[in-house]
Ligand binder design. Structure first.
Ligand SMILES: Nc1ncnc2c1ncn2[C@@H]1O[C@H](COP(=O)(O)OP(=O)(O)O)[C@@H](O)[C@H]1O
Ligand SMILES: O=c1ccn([C@@H]2O[C@H](COP(=O)(O)OP(=O)(O)O)[C@@H](O)[C@H]2O)c(=O)[nH]1
Ligand SMILES: [Mg+2]
Length: 242
């Protein structure tokens, strides 16, 4: 039953066949089943990009890994030890929900179902966060979530990440951590966690593979204590000589 629901979830996702089709055409596919029309989007704004400012833009690191792999925890430590600004895509989306807008309600439904918010929304939030940061180094935590996100980001901003960090963690450990996270999140329950893991494996891992093939991804073993994991992270960042 769950398996059948998960397959239909994935089939409806734009990210599963995003490369072949236009991003815009596919957005209706990831609406929650009971949702009405998405809030109006100002498409023109999407084309205000980071392109042309490449020389001035900050060093950008994407931080990827499954739900509960420790992205947020390690990002906080990287930020304080290496002077990065920490942009969490999930937090940006949750801020939209807290703002109580129509768009926020729509995002809440998608997060509750463990699915991926359309790129128009997330790329715009991430782009604005990068542009408004004064830091010379920025961590983008939990984005891009799928190939469609990645392609939209690169197209709209005209830029690619300098580095991709991938926290590799076994599923049972991720589930254990999420079930004891205790932050009152609507998606930290076993039903949604199973969906998020499936979405991660099917849609997010291909992004990691893409950046691996371009020599940009660095895999970190995300088991062990926070300190042990940060030791591996610290070694990597120290070697970058930022
Ligand atoms: N190495 C670790 N060992 C045990 N628990 C951890 C570890 N790293 C993070 N956690 C805890 O696991 C939960 C998920 O971590 P978090 O950083 O929010 O992951 P993510 O952002 O990848 O979902 C949090 O409650 C966090 O305190
Ligand atoms: O770029 C993003 C980042 C997050 N999300 C949604 O927000 C949820 C929570 O993301 P977050 O990164 O906060 O979760 P984490 O992996 O850290 O547990 C995800 O499951 C998705 O539903 C999304 O759609 N696009
Ligand atoms: Mg997180």
């Amino acid at each position: 039953m769950l398996r059948r629901r998960l397959s239909s979830l994935l089939l409806r996702s734009p990210c599963s066949s995003a490369v072949a089709s236009s991003i815009q055409q596919q957005h209706h596919l990831i609406l929650p089943t009971h949702a009405e029309k998405p809030p109006a989007l100002n498409l023109l704004r999407l084309f205000t990009s980071l392109a042309g400012t490449d020389g001035d833009r900050p060093f950008i690191a994407f931080v990827l890994g499954g739900p509960g792999s420790g992205k947020g925890t390690q990002c906080s430590r990287i930020a304080s030890d290496f002077g990065f600004s920490h942009v969490s895509a999930g937090d940006l989306l949750r801020n939209e929900i807290s703002a109580g807008t129509d768009q926020g309600e729509w995002i809440l439904e998608i997060i509750r179902e463990g699915r991926i918010v359309p790129s128009e929304i997330t790329v715009e939030l991430v782009r604005k966060a990068i542009e408004s940061s004064t830091a010379k180094r920025v961590l983008i935590d939990g984005f891009p979530r799928c190939e469609e996100n990645r392609i939209a980001f690169e197209k709209i901003t005209g830029t690619e990440p300098d580095l991709v960090l991938f926290f590799d963690c076994p599923e049972d450990e991720m589930v254990k951590r999420l079930l004891s996270r205790n932050q009152g999140r609507v998606d930290d329950n076993i039903e949604t966690i199973k969906k998020r893991l499936k979405v991660f494996e099917s849609l997010n891992l291909p992004v990691v593979e893409y950046y691996s093939s371009r020599g940009k991804a660095h895999k970190i073993n995300a088991t062990g204590t926070e300190d042990e994991i940060f030791e591996a992270v610290r070694k990597l960042f120290s070697s970058l000589r930022l």
